[in-house]
Design a protein around this ligand. Structure first.
Ligand code: E4P
Length: 225
C-alpha cells in the first residue's frame, strides 16, 4: 500500500513523516488555500520536510487545457519531482495528454466515475483519484467506484494506480483498501485513527504494569537486558 497524507499543514506533515511509512503528500486548491500564504512557499516548505524521495502532488487551476499545461510546466520547472493534479474535465483530459507528452507525472483528480478514471489513464495519468466520501455523501458508493477502476486498470493492463482520496472514517479506508486500490491519501485526523483500538491501549498498559512491577518504573529492555 502506498500511503500519502492529504494536507499542506506543515506540523501535520512533520509528524506524519516522523511516525508513518508515508510515500508522499497530496494537496488540492482548497488545502493550499487553507494555509493562506503563497503556494510556492507552501510547496517549498513541504518539499523540505518530505525530501525528494517522497511524492508531492499539486493541482493546476486553469479552465483551459492550454493554461493547465502552462501551469504544469511552471510547477515542474519549480520542482521537477512534482506530480501534477489535473481534474477529469474535458479540458483536463486534453491537458493530461499535453502534460504527459512533456514527460511530467500526472494525478487525475475529482474522479467520481470509473469512466472518468479510464479516460484519464488512457490520456496519460499515473494516479487516478476517486473521491470516496464525496460519493458516499450523495448516497453513491465510493468503494464500488474505486473497485471498478481497479478492474478497468487490470482489464486494459494500464500503468495507472488508483489513489483513493476523500475519506472521513476508517471504515471507508478499510473498504477501499480491501477493494484492491494501490495507493491512498488520507487527512491526518483519519490517518491517526487507523491505529486506534482501546484493547491495544489496555494491552500496552498491562504490559507496562507487569514489567514495571518487576523491573522498575520507566525501565526499558535497554536498562535491564
Ligand atoms: C485528493 O486528491 C482530494 O483532493 C481530497 O482527498 C478531497 O478530499 P475531501 O473530499 O475531504 O475534500
Amino acid at each position: 500500500m502506498i500511503y500519502m497524507l492529504d494536507t499542506a499543514n506543515l506540523a501535520a506533515i512533520e509528524r506524519g513523516v516522523d511516525l508513518y511509512p508515508l510515500a508522499g503528500v497530496t494537496t488540492n486548491p482548497s488545502i493550499i488555500a487553507k494555509e493562506n500564504r503563497p503556494m510556492r512557499s507552501i510547496l517549498m516548505d513541504i518539499r523540505e520536510i518530505i525530501g525528494t524521495s517522497r511524492m508531492l502532488h499539486a493541482q493546476v487551476m486553469g479552465d483551459t487545457a492550454e493554461v493547465m499545461h502552462q501551469e504544469a510546466k511552471l510547477l515542474h520547472k519549480f520542482d521537477n519531482e512534482l506530480i501534477i493534479k489535473v481534474p477529469v474535465t474535458p479540458q483536463g483530459i486534453k491537458a493530461m495528454q499535453m502534460i504527459a507528452a512533456d514527460g511530467i507525472r500526472i494525478t487525475a483528480t475529482a474522479i467520481l466515475t470509473p469512466q472518468q478514471a479510464l479516460m484519464a489513464a488512457v490520456a496519460g495519468a499515473e494516479f487516478l483519484a476517486p473521491y470516496i466520501n464525496r460519493l458516499d455523501n450523495i448516497c453513491s458508493n465510493g468503494v464500488q467506484v474505486a473497485s471498478d477502476i481497479v478492474k478497468l486498470i487490470e482489464n486494459y493492463q494500464l500503468d495507472a494506480k488508483v489513489l483513493a482520496a476523500s475519506f472521513k472514517n476508517v471504515q471507508q479506508v478499510h473498504e477501499a483498501i480491501m477493494s484492491g486500490i494501490q495507493s491512498i491519501t488520507i487527512v491526518p485526523e483519519v490517518f491517526d485513527q487507523l491505529l486506534v483500538h482501546p484493547l491495544t491501549d489496555s494491552g500496552v498498559a498491562g504490559f507496562v504494569s507487569d514489567w514495571e512491577g518487576v523491573y522498575g518504573q520507566g525501565k526499558t529492555v535497554l536498562d535491564v537486558f
